[in-house]
Write a protein that binds this ligand. Structure first.
Ligand code: ATP
Ligand code: MG
Length: 388
């Protein structure tokens, strides 16, 4: 039999005229997330979404926990609009949680005024019934461990768990951006944060074989798979960056290599953005973390950008980024020790405060357009399938 879930979706409820648009995307994302479960039905009524699906509750919940826009998921127990049925549903709901030795209260909402009993009376009757039928449960109306919610609407249901969802906005309601995804800790977190704001992500990885091993590429693919748990299928663009790097390394001044490389990454990423209809770039840079992330270096990177570069972890400490990475599930993969091109090509004395004039002068030695073409020559597309 289908189980019922009540879905709360805080922020999108505030979106005024756009609300139907956000709700439609959210429902679409929920359906995608629940692919494989039988009898999935999703209904929308006054600021709430009801979801029905066959299958083990914990499995359904673990999928819904990765749908952006969902603030909370409550396993709900439907009932007839009739006291005996309400009591039975409440009993089933509480039996599902670890209630022994806990306190509880019943809270009733009754927008459906055709129901004869008033809310406080319903709460009282249900509370008494639970006390009689469950051992080790006590009442505490001020700070209960368990709040048993009875809702009497066009239909009736009871719930007592609120499992937090990821929050944010449904994926796809805010366009698309190219994520510069290295194998490090920061960029997957940056991608997650943008996805959480409803932005679809198109990841790009600059691969520099043989300076970086194919294992480094595998690592990025693994990271994409984790991100895909939240986003659904995605496509990774692997740029063959070796020739560009060699050129830069041969003709460019050592101390500006990092910044020249970053500028090339931005230029090439923009070409990819144009191909896929993305309107922004996303990186995992954070101020002051490494030589290439000073204010001056960041503006030297921005100078070549024709679209905004979002850096959602810009103000985070490393520790904070690491915590998020653990929560998302990317951390263990990120810390595997496979060098990326930035660590292989770190010059001995990188210029931390590059002057734009010097950067321009250094770039005069190159045919930049040609370098971009070189980078775009054999971009490998890797389809990342969401693993469930
Ligand atoms: P991360 O942990 O994300 O690797 P980081 O702190 O190591 O970041 P850098 O290596 O300087 O910092 O890279 C800064 C940002 O540039 C990365 O967060 C990522 O967005 C992008 N980047 C760096 N190297 C690559 C690469 N090989 N492919 C794609 N993007 C890259
Ligand atoms: Mg890195």
């Amino acid at each position: 039999m289908s189980n019922m879930y009540l879905i709360s979706f805080g922020e999108i409820a505030l979106k005024g005229e756009n609300r139907p648009f956000f709700e439609r995307i959210l429902i679409q994302r929920m359906k995608q997330a629940l692919k494989g479960f039988d009898n999935v039905r999703i209904q929308k009524t006054h600021g709430r979404i009801y979801c029905f699906a066959d299958g083990a509750r914990e499995d359904v919940i673990s999928r819904l926990k990765k749908v952006f826009g969902i603030v909370a998921i409550s396993p709900a127990y439907p009932c007839e609009l009739e006291m005996n049925s309400i009591k039975e549903a409440a009993l089933r709901a509480v039996k599902e949680v670890d209630y022994r030795g806990k306190t509880f209260k019943v809270e009733t909402r009754r927008p459906n005024k055709s129901f004869p009993l008033k809310s406080p009376d319903v709460s009282r009757e249900v509370g008494a019934y639970l006390l009689k039928n469950l051992e080790g449960l006590k009442v505490d109306v001020h700070h209960p461990d368990i709040e048993v919610d009875v809702e009497i609407r066009e239909r009736g249901f009871v719930y007592c768990r609120r499992i937090p969802g990821p929050g944010g906005l449904p994926l796809g309601c805010n366009g698309r951006a190219v994520l510069l995804l290295s194998g490090g800790i920061d960029s997957p977190v940056a991608g997650y944060m943008m996805m959480k704001r409803g932005v679809e992500i198109e990841p790009v990885y600059f691969h520099s074989f043989p300076f970086t091993s194919d294992r480094a590429k595998e690592k990025v693919i693994e990271l994409c798979k984790i991100l895909a748990e939240y986003s659904g299928n995605m496509r990774l663009h692997v740029v063959n960056f070796t020739d560009v790097l060699k050129e830069l390394g041969q003709k460019g001044p050592d101390e500006l290599l990092t910044i020249l490389m970053r500028r090339m990454m931005v230029r090439i990423s923009q070409e990819i953005a144009a191909r896929v209809g993305a309107k922004a770039l996303v990186t995992g840079e954070s101020v002051g973390q490494v030589a290439s992330q000073t204010m001056e270096a960041l503006s030297a990177t921005d100078e070549v950008a024709r679209m905004p570069i979002f850096r959602p972890v810009i103000g985070f400490d490393k520790v904070e980024i690491m915590e998020l990475a653990k929560k998302i599930g990317t951390y263990d993969i990120s810390i595997e020790p496979y060098a990326d091109c930035c660590t292989v090509f770190v010059p001995e004395h990188p210029r931390t405060r590059p002057e734009l004039d010097d950067v321009h002068e250094a770039e005069e030695k190159f045919d930049i357009e040609e370098l971009v073409r070189m980078g775009m020559r054999d971009v490998e597309l890797v389809d990342i399938k969401k693993v469930v």
